[in-house]
Design a binder for this molecule. Structure first.
Ligand code: ZN
Ligand code: ZN
Ligand code: ZN
Length: 335
């Protein structure tokens, strides 16, 4: 995975109720250390994006408690970094505790081990999955816990089904949840090239790219090849799109980046959206993790200052340039 982008709903619902207490506590921007040999850039990028997602940061702060894993507790380690972000006077902080907790938790899978480079989007997804497990430790089919940030804020509840336009036959609907919506850049690029009309949105392109190869024979054997339909049933507040680079084809990069829109409406991303709130939902780009030359860095929208910030481990830089007016509107209703 190479690029993950994060969209959130403008003017989050939580805005007003938490405004009073947090007016004075500016969410400061700090870097995260990555000493030679640590290869922690994938983790640092994921943490920076999580910290800058206002909905996530506030929800984590509000959580009453969790089922603690002690030494290897990802939840505690993440909270530790977050409180350091707020209290420390250093300009860059170590992410070692979280790195250790992650390595210890995924020891058996041999993932995220100390000193080894890993995938930032998968790291982000696994941190969210662990947060769910720290809140809802028992195995359930579909998590409905009101406290679970992962499923309440990030998860897309979907089903997919093949429906034949010609004879009406359909396959059984297959329900599933998704924390990151993955699209390959090769498929996206193909859609960009085939773009039929100019007003096709970023969401339209993503939907077309995601469903491109998903065809099968009609279940009633009428002879038609039929396409998959994905239907969104909930209204996630934060949506994460993961772009998979199938190969090192850097010549696709420019087209892909140019297709990235700052707005994403959920109704374009899926065949159908059933939730009334989600139908109207317009999401705004607020964070990105990028990968190039064996290294991850991140961009995040800093709500307080209404500025984009670039994070490359310990280095933090403000991104100067034109910011669409919708960002300053969003800024007013958040804290
Ligand atoms: Zn803990
Ligand atoms: Zn959950
Ligand atoms: Zn058919």
């Amino acid at each position: 995975m190479a690029l993950a982008s994060f969209f959130r709903k403008p003017g989050g619902k939580l805005g007003k109720s938490y405004l009073a207490g947090s007016m004075m506590s500016l969410a400061p921007t700090k870097g995260l250390l990555n000493e030679p040999g640590q290869n922690s850039c994938f983790l640092n990028s994921a943490v920076q994006v999580l910290w800058h997602l206002d909905i996530f940061r506030r929800s984590l702060r509000q959580l009453p408690g969790h089922f603690c894993q002690g030494e290897s507790c990802i939840f505690c380690a993440l909270k530790g970094i977050f409180s350091q972000f707020q209290q420390s006077r250093e300009r860059a902080l170590p992410s070692d505790n979280l790195r250790h907790a992650l390595a210890e938790t995924f020891k058996d899978e041999q993932r995220f081990q100390l000193g080894f480079m890993d995938d930032a989007a998968e790291c982000f997804e696994n941190i969210l999955d662990r947060i769910h497990r720290h809140i809802v430790p028992e195995e359930t089919d579909a998590c409905t816990s009101k406290n679970c940030i992962t499923h309440q804020k990030f998860a897309m509840t979907l089903y997919e089904q093949y429906v034949c336009r010609s004879c009406g036959a359909s396959s059984d609907p297959l329900p599933f949840t998704e924390l990151v919506h993955y699209v390959t850049t090769t498929a996206l690029h193909q859609q960009i090239r085939q773009r039929r009309h100019k007003d096709e949105t970023f969401g339209d392109l993503l939907q077309a790219a995601r469903t491109i190869g998903d065809q099968q024979n009609c279940p009633s054997n009428c002879g038609q090849r039929i396409k998959i339909r994905r239907v969104l049933m909930n209204s996630p507040e934060i949506v994460t799109i993961g772009f998979g680079w199938d190969s090192d084809q850097s010549d696709l990069t420019e087209d892909v980046i140019r297709s990235l829109g700052p707005h994403l409406s959920l109704s374009t991303l899926f065949y159908r959206v059933t939730d009334e709130h989600a139908k109207k939902g317009e999401l705004l780009l607020v964070g990105m993790i990028c990968y190039s030359s064996q290294h991850y860095c991140a961009f995040a929208f800093h709500t307080k200052s209404s500025k984009w910030v670039f994070f490359d481990d310990a280095t933090v830089k403000e991104v100067r340039g034109h910011i669409p007016s919708s960002y300053s509107q969003q800024y007013e209703s958040t804290c």
